[in-house]
Design a binder for this molecule. Structure first.
Ligand code: GDP
Ligand code: MN
Length: 378
């Protein structure tokens, strides 16, 4: 789960990570009022849950309240990478001396946590990672091995600063960011840029925290911050109905029981040259309502040109599933071909039921995938 910069900064504050003084605003008038409180230059920042706001024109420096109001008008309502800006952060403008990058995430390869720091911070860190990766220092930390030691935090800080007074500030920020990451079950915590201002203070000018969805039940306060993005609506609807659905870009809708089989099904579609439209695990039940819900979600994607159903009846009986499917399809108007592979307990009975339906029966996963792919070509 993602949150906004202003929310991430509130969490940072709880962990004593310094951030600029800021006010959240919803209208250009509020922006003007907020600016009056600062008595100096302000930065107006679009609050949308994507990166690259600066480059998209969503971060502006205003020199007086009227200018701030103008920028507020410009940025509120702006579309950044498909998201509409509904609120802006008005922030005291910091006199930046230099910009840095500090981030922490899970690293699957090393099966540990990785800290990354760079003195090439600012808006183009992805480009730095691609073209000059040597400018990013990494430290792998095993959370079960004592966590992040003070000397390690200091060493990391020394990679990007040499003045001991600043190194001490930065080492503290690094330790606090680590605690923030661990205690909140985050999957990413990033400060880009971390800045050194002209007075010698270090602070987080931007903040990003992503959370592990599977751990959110331990953090109801964080869960409450969720704002459902347009492309997540269907996924949330599916979740509330006990289905796991992830939308993808292809045209073959997949409906499968079991996450492993669903992955294998998508692999097979790819193998034969097709593109899956989604991942959809309906779980182990043959409940017709679940099948109807699954079909509705799957077909809400207008790119879907054929459906491939792949069911393995282990504990679930195939004839129950077949009955559920027939019942479900009777209540839905489906005008695209549906190919089904159904195998396991009571499969003969299931096949007899399906013969009477419009479903196209395949005897293997490979045949089902190939048939579905061919049908999308007609
Ligand atoms: P992002 O583009 O979405 O990552 O937005 P950021 O919050 O990181 O801001 C982008 C850039 O705007 C930063 O790298 C800074 O160069 C600049 N910026 C943001 N806040 C301030 C500020 O208070 N003072 C100055 N001088 N520049 C700022
Ligand atoms: Mn940034």
């Amino acid at each position: 789960m993602k949150i906004h910069e202003y929310q991430a900064k509130k969490i940072f504050s709880k962990y004593n990570i310094p951030t600029p003084t800021e006010i959240l605003c919803y209208t250009p008038q509020e922006v003007k009022q907020a600016t009056l409180k600062f008595n100096e230059n302000v930065i107006i920042k679009a609050q949308v849950q994507v990166g690259g706001r600066g480059k998209a024109g969503g971060v502006k420096l205003a020199k007086n309240p009227d200018e701030a109001e103008q920028f507020g008008t410009q940025i509120l309502g702006m579309n950044i990478k498909g998201l509409t800006v509904e609120k802006v952060l008005v922030s005291e403008a910091i006199d930046i001396k230099s910009e840095y990058y500090v981030g922490i995430t899970n690293d699957r390869n090393s099966k540990s946590i990785v800290f990354m720091v760079s003195s090439a911070g600012g808006i183009d860190i992805e480009e730095v990672a691609k073209t000059t990766p040597e400018k990013i220092y990494k430290l792998y930390v095993n959370p079960f091995d004592g966590g992040l030691f003070d000397f390690q935090a200091r060493n990391l800080a020394f990679k990007i600063f040499d003045d001991i007074k600043i190194v001490r500030q930065v080492a503290k920020i690094i330790q606090n960011l680590y605690r923030c990451y661990i205690e909140n079950d985050a999957s990413l915590a990033e400060i880009n840029p971390l800045v050194l201002d002209k007075k010698g203070n270090v602070l987080a000018l931007d903040a990003k925290i992503n959370f592990d969805d599977n751990a959110l039940y331990r953090h109801p306060d964080i869960e409450k911050m969720r704002e459902i993005l347009p492309d997540e609506e269907k996924e949330m609807e599916a979740k509330s109905k006990g289905l796991s659905y992830i939308r993808l870009n292809g045209n073959i809708g997949c409906m499968v029981n079991g996450a492993g089989l669903a992955m294998a099904t998508m692999d097979l579609v790819k193998l034969y040259g097709g593109e899956p439209a989604n991942f959809l695990d309906i779980g182990g039940s043959s409940n017709p309502q679940k099948v109807i819900d699954a079909m509705n979600i799957l077909l809400s994607d207008k790119n879907v040109k054929a459906v491939m159903i792949n069911i393995f009846g282990g504990i679930t009986r195939c004839d129950d599933v077949a009955k559920g499917l027939v019942e479900a399809l009777n209540t839905l108007k489906v005008d695209i071909p549906i190919v089904i592979r159904l195998t396991g307990t009571n499969e003969e009975a299931a096949h007899n039921i399906l013969k009477e339906s419009k479903l196209i029966l395949a005897t293997s996963m490979a045949e089902a995938a190939q048939t579905a792919i061919n049908l999308t070509k007609n």
